[in-house]
Design a binder for this molecule. Sequence first.
Ligand code: ADP
Length: 574
Amino acid sequence: MKLFEKLKKANTLRIVFFGIATVAVVALTLLNVYSLYELRNSSIESATDVKKLQIEEFANSIQYQFYNSVWDIRKLDMNTVKTGWQNNQNLPDSFTQILQTVSKDPLYSNIHFIHKNNDGCIDPAYPVYRFDAAQDRFVTIDEAPDLVCDGFGISKSRARAIVDDYRFNTRTTFDSHRSMTIALVDLTDNSVVGHLNLLIDKDYLLNDYIAEEMAKSFGDADESGIVVWLRDWIQDDILLSSDPDYTYNRDEYPIDIRQRFSDSLDDWNIHATILESPTIAASDASLTRNLIVLGVAVFVLFGALIFIFINAQRERELAERQAGFLANITHELKTPLAVMQAAGENLADGRVTEGKRLKSYGDHIYNESVRLKRMIEKLLDAAKVDSGQLSTQQAPHFLQELTAEFVEANRGYIEDQGFTFNFTHDKNLPLVMVDADHIETTLNNLVENAMKYSRDEKEISVKVEKKGGYVAISVSDKGTGIPKNSLRYIFDKFYRVEDSLTAKTKGHGLGLSIVKNMVELNGGTINVKSDYGKGSTFIVKFPTLMTSDPNIDQPASSSTNDALTKEKVGPYVQ
Ligand code: ADP
């Protein structure tokens, strides 16, 4: 609210600059937060991409495994195979060598050959053959296993679909994870020779081969940041898991990556969940760090902006007050001079001879010169404070004695102005280390203000008492009081409360700033309590002196018991 009031007081240009700076800071902050989020997301995305690629490669490598032992079959001339088969199964060596290799491949449990003309797997004219590795040849079997017939059926119908347009000498089809059948194609006449069926050992495939590959590729989920499951999606069954500590549960571990096998194993697929990987955790941590740094930077920047703004505002107000002060003070310095000049002229002319009038003229000159002197003293004090030349001559004093001297010297004048003037003090107060002149100036200013800002209830109380480790002088009045929101400014140079009550009094806002400087120079503090419309109390506190201090023999004020003379204190500036 206060900030808003300050903003309201500021000139438009400053508000515009402040607005632009604020918008710039906010925009920069938002931009930074946005880029940080983008950076985090892209690093998460790229981590996910890497995992996707890894899973794709894993699925491919499993598929390639089916072709591993049969790879060389593509190099065979199927016309030779066909002729050999027709010629009493006299198969080329290159073919039987491949069959020997395949029979040693643990992935396959049996190799069967079925002639292309075989009908429905039970055709007596074209029997089903099984490769016997020991005899290195195919042997006829009475009844073909169902799985062989299934694979043959799929291969035969697929091969038939591409009549006369074979590009390769083999055409491979899968009966999911059960068998792989290779149609052997004679490219010389574009005809199928027969179907070579390889039964897949599911147990080996799952528990030896894929399980091992999975462990190799993904292993401990906490390290790799990913859990991979092999799932039979038709049976809705989890066949394998890369880390048994993680149970397949989509609520707990949402599936981030799904991967199918492109031509084999078509009733299985891979599901994977990405855990809080070290990369993501690191990018999250860096995001948090960056946000904190950014937050602090924005906070400091805003703080600095507001500080600069308020400072500029204060300086402007000070400059305005200073300008107003110069105009006033010139006027006020001239007034007593003019009075003195006129009175002096009259006296010098010898026109005034009557005793009563002579005294009145003398009083005029005296009072005005005292007023002038006090004003000049105040100005000099202010100048000294400004230039840092204010120095103290501290000595041990009893504050109640200094105050009593002040009261004694000024009571008459104050009471003449219609005030009730109370002075009380505690007994046996300790010594304090202060400059007596500064205490006098302080009391002068505080009592002068108490008088100036009193209205109907003319009562001033001065009290000296012990407060903890301090001796305090308080000056109270029952005057105008000070508005709450002005309290913290009244010690500022040239500051005057802007209200109708203060406007009726003369002043320049110098007294309290001088007092504060003097009090602080003497190691004290000044505070004010005020009830607006009811009165104010100014409290000046100085730390007590340890009387056991060997450097201190005698209090300075008790040795200089001289009451202040009229010249020394004089009446108050009105
Ligand atoms: P001034 O010459 O205006 O009195 P000061 O620095 O002594 O300058 O005081 C600053 C302002 O504090 C005054 O203008 C007045 O508004 C307020 N003030 C100071 N003393 C009192 C008081 N005893 N009662 C009410 N207001 C006071």
